[in-house]
Design a protein around this ligand. Sequence first.
Ligand code: URA
Length: 434
Amino acid sequence: MNILDIIENKRDKKELTKEEIEYFVRGYTEGNILDYQAAALIMAMFINGMSKQETTDFTLAMANSGEILDLSKLDKIIVDKHSTGGVGDKVSLILLPLVASAGVLVAKMSGRGLGFTGGTVDKLESIPGYQTEVDIHNFVKNVENIGISMISQTLNLAPADKKIYALRDSISCVESIPLIASSIMSKKIASGAQKIVLDVTVGSGAFMQNLHDAEKLSREMIEISKLANRETVCVLTNMDEPLGYSVGNSLEVIEAVRFLKGEMIEDVKQVVLELGAYILKLAGIGDDINKNKELLIENIKNGKAYDKFLELIKNQGGDISYIENTEKFSKAKYIEPIYSTQEGYVKAINAKEVGKIVGNLGAGRIRKEDKIDLSVGIVLNKKVGDKIAKNEIIAYIHANEKEKLEIAKEELYKCILIVPTKVDKLQSIIKIID
Ligand code: URA
């Protein structure tokens, strides 16, 4: 067997065997298959699709490319969470300390930005000192000691996905149901949780642009989880406009901190509470979803969730003075208000375009090894359904380069639609699939 035959087979729309998939995953992880060969194969998988069997084999090969974490010594049900990605998606930063404050053990391996979406690891790294690269021993120890750890995929858990994820990002091969399902489920299987809650985003700022595809992705992930003896619930959430107001790494951390201090933005609140209520249910804390939501709100109001966040940041080396005083985060050189040219109601804010603008301001990677700019981004002043007057501020652009700022301004106008007639707010929770 060699990689050229495997690429040829997939290029010619043949179904790959388990052996071929395992050969590729092993060879690429060990460095014997080169980036350009892997890129060709991934592109062929992206274009020609993968059967259910191929997707399952690919998932298991990636999950088995490193260790499978054994969390049984923690002697508690571990519930993991993952999102299929979005724009302004700071949910993990809020939700995980929140459920940890309610007694759920959180052992979370997060990702970096992918395509036009942001990643929790990049966001956490905007907190000076915060260590995302933690070895397995310390990862588990952190969970044992304080009930929560959030790390990047640097340790030996699904290392094949880590490489393929970064490669997909740099060759525009992200929006594929089998590639997303296998990427997410390989990580979840490797990180040891028996129960999983998935935030499957739908809309312009998601990889699944319509409900049909989001349902298909959800069902594929649930099927894989059953084969791996895991229980999974998918919460389908709206990503037609950016989530919350802020898009950009440190800007989103600041919004998350404010939320944990009680400033609960409505759409973020709906998503956090729904996912959180299912996490508590799967963890065996309570079967009643509404009661679970009440418990979570209580833990925001009494400060327990915020305290848990501080504990997490401190425990992983982060400087909590930035959390206690978010003014300390370094600001972009230009913070430019954008004014509405007409009065009316906000009908649409194209989340994908906003994500791309923020990426082009410096928050996204073109090459795998690119350093990103943690301070740039967009802070909206209005959401879909809001009334707006002529010359009222619709958003602020945070930029470090004048030229990029000018391009961002032009692009931002194009992705916000204002109409004269009243517009309804978007519904945050679309449906639950389990
Ligand atoms: N999140 C992942 O971990 N992988 C994907 O492919 C998409 C979102």
